[in-house]
Write a protein that binds this ligand. Sequence first.
Ligand code: SAM
Ligand code: SF4
Length: 323
Amino acid sequence: MLTDRFGRHIDYLRLSVTDRCDLRCSYCMPDDFKGFEEPRHWLAFDEIERVVRAFARLGLQRIRLTGGEPLVRKNVHELAARISAIPGITDLSLSTNGTQLEKKAQALRAAGVTRLNVSLDTLDPSRFAAITKRDALDRVLRGLMAARHAGFVPIKINMVAIAGATGEEIDAMVAFCIDQRFVLRLIEVMPVGDTGRNVAPMSLGPIQERLRSRFDLIDGIVPGAGPARYLVSRDGQFQIGFITPISQHFCDTCNRVRLSVDGILYLCLGQNDKVDLRTPLRAGCSDDQLEALLRDAIQRKPLRHEFGELPARIMRFMSSVGG
Ligand code: SAM
Ligand code: SF4
């Protein structure tokens, strides 16, 4: 098992397969962003598989495909099939904005992706267009239905809580998720990149208490690798998670690291500590050397983010590492 110097077991890799995206969410990527990684720097599927196999030999069990938008990378279902077949990988999930799910949900399910998170901040078409700079709400809603049809259970909806923009829509989203039997997760915006810093943050504590009494919710536990704390309805049918990196950080139980499309292993979302895997991979390192690199990297994982003390620290955009 991989254990860092603070005794945390690292069993979860968030794997960014692209830094590109077909949306431009205001808190994530600038509208006119041009600084994408060059294709020659993208890890090939063979290279990604090699890294995941090495991680799995060291005890890592869970992978989440993310991005940018993972479904804009060509043939990502083939990568999913390769990863889900790796001995030791017991959980393969995907985070998506949902725009391409209508045509890709079946193939992803068949490839062994078992859990799906779909980002959706609003059910209002004009507000969706204002946040994402694209007119794509209908496509996302059709994608969600296709995902359910393909057999994904549960489907989690990730909603970033932005004061003034989506805050007032939370009740509508709760009603939608109760009706559709989706798990809802509210996320506090993080000061990652100028995009993350330019959005008015909103603490989820008061919202949690308001929703608890409005919808008669009680504390609950929902399976998953993440840090969300959940409220559930008394009949257990509806679940809502609160991801509060800012108002109540969860670094003590952090179990994850992140690999970017250009092969850089990021050890904390809120710090700059990283290890280049692409150079040794392309220089022909052995499996033993790769495993040693990963073990050493885990020892360099920082204790915690400092979003509160040093909000300007992270210059990269969320889309470049995968949220
Ligand atoms: N494109 C996919 C999607 O939107 O789900 C996967 C990548 S996206 C970077 C992963 C998650 O990060 C999404 O749920 C998104 O809402 C969240 N995210 C992006 N920027 C954020 C920020 N500044 N603070 C908090 N969450 C953010
Ligand atoms: Fe794209 Fe996801 Fe970032 Fe939105 S949050 S711009 S969908 S990567």
